[in-house]
Design a protein around this ligand. Structure first.
Ligand code: NDP
Length: 253
């Protein structure tokens, strides 16, 4: 495949994400706090997470290695960051969640498998063949890697710290909800989503290509409406919910 074709696919993928914004602002993604049986058959939540997330690193790796071209070190670094993230997200994260007996709609799992496969295909193809060759003498290249990598790491830290706070709100066996507190929860209801968006924005800056940009855009399009839904849910369900807390962007939204 040529870079032009891959860029064209990525632009269609970004356009599709943007078209979905009004829908996602209206329809709550029906899992976790917003689970609904109106979306057809349900399956075990942990199993659903494993099934829906694992295609991402597998498809990415397949397309990454299927091009025989010689790859720069940066391509291997980006591939490794993606695979490590998704090893955690598809295997370790579901095992850590305290969601025994909870369900997720099969349809959501199906949508997520498609979503993760497209992202794996676009980014695996890009990283495997088109990541710019090593311009380590070029100041812009070095700046891009430094800024992108720093944002990626900051995003990972915020995402993990915030998910850890959520996961420890329940004792083993509990499945109820409480008000999260501490760290970034002082400012927003969903710092885990804020961290995820920062993380993939950093990745896009490092990769400097439309496929990576498309994934950063999709992450924001998925998570900003969901953060607004979570925020409203907390306000409706807890009379003492902190008034100054925003949904996802400190002091703004
Ligand atoms: P949530 O914040 O909805 O839930 C995370 C975990 O914490 C779940 O196990 C949830 O249980 C539990 N939890 C949430 N709120 C509370 C509370 N108030 N009290 C006790 N337990 C709570 O996150 P998601 O499940 O939507 O996402 C999980 C991870 O995946 C996040 O890190 C997110 O950034 C990432 N993600 C990335 C996407 C992308 O496009 N890149 C898309 C979606 C998610 P329960 O399931 O019972 O609600």
């Amino acid at each position: 495949m040529t870079l032009d074709t891959l860029n064209q696919y990525s632009l269609y993928w970004i356009a599709f994400a943007l078209l979905l914004v009004p829908v996602l602002l209206k329809v709550k993604q029906p899992y976790g706090k917003h689970i609904s049986s109106k979306w057809g058959p349900l399956i075990d939540n942990k199993l659903g997470w494993v099934l829906q997330e694992i295609p991402s690193p597998i498809v990415l790796t397949f397309f990454f290695f299927s091009s025989g071209t010689q790859k720069p070190l940066l391509a291997y670094l980006l591939w490794l960051l993606w695979v490590l993230h998704y090893f955690y997200r598809s295997i370790i994260f579901p095992l850590r969640t305290r969601t025994s007996g909870k369900k997720i709609p099969l349809l959501i799992v199906f949508f997520a498998i498609c979503f993760n496969s497209v992202n794996g295909f676009l980014n695996g193809s890009f990283l495997g063949e088109f990541v710019a060759n090593n311009h380590s003498d070029n100041l812009f290249f070095l700046l891009r890697i430094m800024v992108g990598f720093s944002l990626f790491i900051i995003g990972v830290i915020i995402n993990h710290q915030s998910d850890n706070i959520l996961l420890h709100l329940r004792k083993p066996g509990q499945t109820d909800y409480q008000i999260p507190a501490g760290k970034w929860y002082k400012f927003v209801s969903c710092p885990n989503y804020m961290g995820e968006i920062i993380e993939w924005s950093g990745f896009a800056i490092m990769a400097w290509g439309l496929p990576a940009l498309s994934f950063a855009v999709w992450t924001a399009v998925n998570l900003i409406p969901r953060a607004i839904d979570h925020h409203r849910w907390y306000q409706e369900n807890f009379a003492n919910y902190p008034k100054e807390r925003k949904a996802i962007i400190p002091f703004v939204l």
